[in-house]
Design a protein around this ligand. Structure first.
Ligand SMILES: [Zn+2]
Length: 307
């Protein structure tokens, strides 16, 4: 049995190797799918574990430099399949007939590759260099390889996101129209086809949880707050109340507004500035997030019994 190794720069190649290994090793437990392709034709991979009708979706690395969120999600997948300690064994033995987990560990494989390996594997290197203001250091890159910020691409309130920068950039460029990027289209269509009950968008950094966007008080308080507080308790992260004028275009903004079901942006790690989260912080990040899936699954199962 191969154990997961989180202690490395977790690349798209690592992801492909690990997920193929799991799909072969756990034929009956793991479903591996390609749900789309990035601009540079890297696979956007999704994994399903469980057969329950309640569906929990977790994705990571919309933002390139935030690739430690991929490490965390693949660690979760290995734990569900292999770890015999609590809470993982409880999930595996008792709950996978009641809930299903879908993981999309790396939404932005081109951006992650660029942030980790630099220009070498890109045929638009010259343009990328220009968008990176002439610097060959891409470690702080957030966008995809067309310079679009994938978490400013969802249709909810897209028009009102402030338009700067107005051209491709390492971060914050919202694109010329919503859903223009294939990575976001893949996630969008994936979600539309399924009846997802809770969606988690992993980002870094700030140790914060975004949970309500512009939803009105009644929906937010009744339907979202209990789970939001449970997640804040278990992670130790702060719940963020929306500012008066939150900017839209993010996955969670779209999911909350469209489906009115719980969705959270979880920002792992203390603020580290415009760079990847240093590897030495992984252990504390894993510990803070270890009960996130358990907490969500328990919430859904309890709700089901109440109904
Ligand atoms: Zn982010």
């Amino acid at each position: 049995m191969m154990k997961f190794n989180p202690d490395r720069t977790y690349s798209f190649e690592c992801l492909k190797d690990d997920l193929s290994y799991l799909a072969t090793q756990y034929v009956n437990e793991v479903r591996l799918e390609t749900i789309g392709y990035s601009v540079a034709k890297r696979e956007i991979l999704a994994v399903k574990i469980g057969t329950g009708e309640k569906i929990i979706l977790c994705h990571g690395a919309h933002h390139a430099r935030e690739w430690m969120t991929t490490t965390l999600l693949v660690d979760f997948i290995f734990r569900i399949l292999q770890d015999n300690s609590w809470p993982w064994l409880t999930i595996r033995k008792d709950w996978l007939k009641l809930v299903s987990f879908w993981f999309i560990p790396m939404v932005n494989p081109d951006g992650v590759t660029l942030a980790q390996e630099g220009l070498n594997s890109f045929d638009n290197a010259e343009t990328l260099l220009k968008w990176n203001k002439g610097s060959t250091d891409f470690t702080g890159w957030k966008a995809n390889n067309r310079g679009v910020d994938l978490n400013r691409q969802y249709p909810t309130d897209w028009k009102s996101i402030d338009g700067s920068p107005s051209t491709p950039s390492s971060s914050h460029f919202k694109g010329y129209k919503p859903l223009s990027e294939p990575e976001v289209q893949a996630v969008y269509h994936f979600v539309k086809k399924r009846n997802i009950d809770v969606a988690i968008a992993y980002h870094s950094s700030g140790e914060e949880i975004f949970w309500r966007y512009r939803l009105n008080e009644e929906i937010a308080e009744k339907q979202l707050r209990p789970l939001a507080e449970a997640l804040a308790d278990t992670t130790g992260y702060r719940l963020i109340n929306p500012s008066d004028n939150p900017s839209g275009g993010g996955f969670t903004d779209w999911f909350l507004t469209t489906y009115k079901k719980p969705s959270f942006t979880i920002e792992i790690a203390p603020s580290v500035g415009p760079q990847p989260v240093p590897l030495h912080l992984y252990k504390q990040i894993f510990q803070a997030n270890e009960l996130v899936l358990y907490t969500i699954a328990e919430h859904l199962i309890r709700k089901r019994m109440d109904n």
